[in-house]
Design a protein around this ligand. Structure first.
Ligand code: G5P
Ligand code: MG
Length: 218
């Protein structure tokens, strides 16, 4: 499907609610750019850039990177894809970030994934990621073909330091107190659509049913 209007979309949801998983399906089906703030930060950490060194401790402990750093970084990243339709994942996650984004780029569609916390806590224990591509696996859900290896490159998979139980607890607390108001921000703009489910396979058909008519109009 080709998009003529440059659709700007967001995907929101608690840590490990499946934003990356659903995003990769959206990218495949509708050919939009996927921009994951977490993937980009992890890439900087891996490459030991100045930004990577500055943000490493926040990610490891499951805390948010300060707004001023995050806003500057993401607005620069978005400029690189301003002529393409995109799906933004992981940004904004404070009302300050949402306001800053709205000023430079009002978005058209906001998808919010609603997955029970007990499902999430269970999931992160079995998550394995391929850092360079952001590909994500879960033992028993989308198990890698060879244990511990990325399906496409054969590289080693890693477990994220912030998937340790204490960091997950911190991330869920921050989500409740700081990120939940972002949902309200977009509800008030009248562009938020919620998708509930215990699995990504349950949520995905609802996302298609919502996005198909939107992309058909473009
Ligand atoms: P991230 O990287 O944005 P989170 O915490 O928002 O991190 P995360 O953990 O990346 O979100 P996700 O993308 O929502 O989760 O979920 P996912 O990876 O697709 O799925 C989670 C796991 O479940 C995977 O193993 C997947 O295979 C599996 N799975 C999916 N669906 C199913 C299913 O149906 N069944 C089963 N069994 N498994 C399934 O941010 C990380 C950090 O970066 C910083 C912060 O420090 C943050 O903590 N950061 C920011 N800081 C400030 N402001 C921002 N805007 C920031 N953005 C990032
Ligand atoms: Mg993710």
């Amino acid at each position: 499907m080709t998009v003529t209007k440059l659709l700007k979309a967001l995907i929101l949801g608690a840590p490990a609610s499946g934003k990356g998983t659903i995003s990769s399906r959206i990218v495949k089906k509708y050919s939009v750019e996927h921009i994951s703030s977490g993937d980009k930060l992890r890439d900087h950490i891996e490459k030991q850039t100045e930004l990577g060194k500055e943000v490493k401790k926040y990610l490891t402990e499951g805390k948010l990177v300060p707004d001023d750093v995050m806003i500057k970084f993401m607005i620069t990243e978005l400029k690189k894809v301003e002529n393409k339709p995109w799906l933004l994942d992981g940004f904004p996650r404070t009302v300050g970030q949402a306001n800053a984004l709205w000023k430079v780029q009002p978005v058209d569609v906001v998808l919010n994934l609603v997955v029970p916390f007990e499902v999430i806590i269970d999931r992160v224990k079995s998550r394995w990621v391929h850092l360079p591509s952001g590909r994500v696996y879960n033992i028993g859900f989308n198990t890698p073909k060879i244990e511990g290896k990325d399906d496409e490159t054969g590289d080693d998979l890693i477990q994220r330091p912030d998937d340790k139980p204490e960091a997950v607890k911190k991330r869920l607390e921050i989500y409740e107190s700081v990120t939940r108001p972002v949902i309200e921000f977009y509800k008030q703009k009248g562009i938020l659509k919620e998708f509930e489910g215990r699995t990504s396979d349950e949520i995905w058909p609802k996302v298609i049913a919502y996005l198909d008519p939107i992309f058909a109009k473009k």
